[in-house]
Design a protein around this ligand. Sequence first.
Ligand code: TRP
Ligand code: ZN
Length: 974
Amino acid sequence: MARLIFPCKSSCLARTSLLGLISSAPVKRSVCSVKSISGYRCFSALEATHRRNYRFPHSLPYRARETSRRLICSIATEPLPKRVEESDMDAPKEIFLKDYKSPDYYFDTVDLRFSLGEEKTIVASKITVFPRVEGSSAPLVLDGVDLKLISIKVDGKELKEGDYHLDSRHLTLPSPPQGKFTLEIDTEIQPQNNTSLEGLYKSSGNFCTQCEAEGFRKITFYQDRPDIMAKYTCRIEADKLLYPVLLSNGNLIEQGTFEGGKHYAVWEDPFKKPCYLFALVAGQLESRDDTFVTRSGRKVALRIWTPAQDVPKTAHAMYSLKAAMKWDEDVFGLEYDLDLFNVVAVPDFNMGAMENKSLNIFNSKLVLASPETASDADYAAILGVIGHEYFHNWTGNRVTCRDWFQLSLKEGLTVFRDQEFSSDMGSRTVKRIADVSKLRNYQFPQDAGPMAHPVRPHSYIKMDNFYTVTVYEKGAEVVRMYKTLLGTQGFRKGMDLYFKRHDGQAVTCEDFFAAMKDANGVDFANFLLWYSQAGTPVVKVTSSYNAEAHTFSLKFSQEVPPTPGQPVKEPMFIPVAVGLLDSSGKDMILSSVYHNGTLQSVASNNQPVLSTVLRVTKKEEEFVFCDIFERPIPSLLRGYSAPVRLESDLSDSDLFFLLAHDSDEFNRWESGQVLARKLMLSLVADFQQSKPLTLNPKFVQGLKSILCDPSLDKEFIAKAITLPGEGEIMDMMEVADPDAVHAVRTFIRKELASQLKSEFLSTVENNRSSEEYVFDHPNMSGRALKNTALAYLGSLEDTEITELALHEYKTATNMTDQFAALSAISQKPGKTRDDVLADFYTKWQHNYLVVNKWFALQAMSNIPGNVENVRKLLNHPAFDLRNPNKVYSLIGGFCGSPVNFHAKDGSGYKFLGEIVLQLDKLNPQVASRMVSAFSRWRRFDESRQTLAKQQLETIMSANGLSENVFEIALKSLA
Ligand code: TRP
Ligand code: ZN
């Protein structure tokens, strides 16, 4: 999972996206609030004119202005008025799925030789090239960025200047030989100066690479596209003392030393691969070694590499890796295919981790853990991401993507696989709740904002910007729907056929769809729309019971909101899992459903059916259950069977009933959330009208009965008593009001804490951790429940509670408990908070991963005026703008506090605007994730809109802006 790292208060999985920092909702108004730019969600002709006339700042380079103009037209789905010659459009350029063409040349073998140095690194490549069509006279165009060309040879003969053409992004051979030939290119690069962390770069003294998506072109000239699959060898030469370990993909076939303190290693990867899976690591590293015996009896050497002092912290990662290897064999019949699997942990990494063939490279945060330094959430994230990258070996590497538009083919599928893996290793319900919360808090806002794009985007300027929660998490939901529709066995059949057909190929989302369909011989109607239509469908359900006919009807209607470039949508294929509860709370037996003029039996051979999947495919549609002998309460969209916003006519008492009785545990949680959302929204309205706030006693009672139910799973209780996030509520408002939402959520938390104080206190007492830290569901559940209770108590002004939290802090034997106590204490400003924060820093200053937690906790604080404190922390000796994790903790963390980021005086926006410009010069990918926090500026009141827009405009007019930031800022303004 492009494992995007961001501290997230609620679900705390490390790969939470940064792209959804600002919450959102369907924008219902269509006012042109600022100048002539209108709400992009409304596509009237008038508004399209506004957009076209929007003047981008004149300081933008001409070509950038032209691209902006084109983009605005394409978002408005208008024909592009011709104004400039294509050749003038050097940068930034928008790339379209519809323009995909097969390459004119393929590469067969690639031999790379790296000579790694302190001042410069020489990369020599030797490629065997052959044309797609014999006798072709097409030019061969190679990508190359920030490279110094030293020499180029064709079939051994050096080319002269007129024989090729070089520009800032390409090396072109206008007329290469017809038929097969060899191409040899020597280039010089400077990894030591590469702060972008893509291509070859240095991280704390070691060399490492990151080639996905288009970083290989920063290493050598190449056709940098995933449908070019070749067999690689890689020879690495370096100083032996400085870089004792030399790694690349595949098998080590040769190594040796020379005079002058140098040594070399030669690696050979027997599998064809696209260049984005190439990797190289050289440095001072040591490994934890283990073995895994595959089910066919092959012995695989496993090595996890880190600086020597961190090797003890790799035990959990190794456990996770072995568990993942076993799980993929058991569940999908997929075995590892080489004799060696390496994982390297590096402290400077833009994302979470990367699945390079047999040489996974990880952000240290997702490898290193010990009970004292890593929380339960960190342990869970490591399990999930180690699994994710390992699972890519089949879903991504053996079968890869034809082009980057197909990214979800590998990422959606692999996220689905890692979610299933984590479910099987822990609690399925709790994992599902966490995944759905993440989707709602990050993907829904994206899908309702200016960056909304389909699971398979239609275009991009910079591919890095499309490693999104939509491609990853919504993509995983799309894969999950196949499984919901086909069942476990049908899904497995589809997977088997997919591998049988496409092993060794670079394919498309249609190929995956076809495998699922053909393996099961089913009709999937318009299912493919899930790949092409953006926006979260809104599904409305009304129910009615006919006591005489003994029938129960569910009427569905669906609407997919307009998104940029897609004003009008077609109805989608939505699987809705349904059960009906009788008055005792038990599932009724379902016999048949009347639909589309026919009566369909839902019964299966002799087994009573308690839940069925309705296939909603039209704009409006009715399903009538027969033989229903009392008025049921429907449990809808069980297990969250489709990524939609469901609006039902269930009453509060129906919801309380479901909360208490539903056999689908996910829906028990969901009912509580629906109730909480309604309650919060109505209190927000009261707050805005300056009415006094009061809490519905039924709600307190409902939560109390969950909290005190000994039959429930403790982690489930922790989730069920947690209120929806502020972002989720702002997302549901006409105009997002961060102050009101924060005030209401704080009020409810405090009110619950004081009314249920004794229950929370005994929850803390009864769930103290055992001495020894164990990473398993029962232990983690106990900690989760205890720490949720402690967080509630921490909202009270109460010295007894402060004492308790301090006691928990001092006696904690693991990071989960220690950090939870610290968080509880730091809710309130004052001396205790300052002292404990200082103590924590002193204790952990030598561990950068723990220090990042310390940064994040302070950055996310809702204490008024916190921006000043965050500015101070920028100058803290432990902070470094060049390290992405630190940026995600401090800057990303700050944007996670709606009250402070959206402070009315614009101080939060100004802060982010300044940082983005500084960051962009160092690392465009990270800057671009940060600037995304602005993207939902239109959701707020006019004065906030003006302030945020000013920052975006300042950013747009900066000199030398990266394409990454340009694309996000532009689309946000459009
Ligand atoms: N393929 C990686 C994953 O999801 C994603 C990734 C890692 C990535 N590093 C990146 C994507 C840098 C873009 C840029 O597992
Ligand atoms: Zn991935």
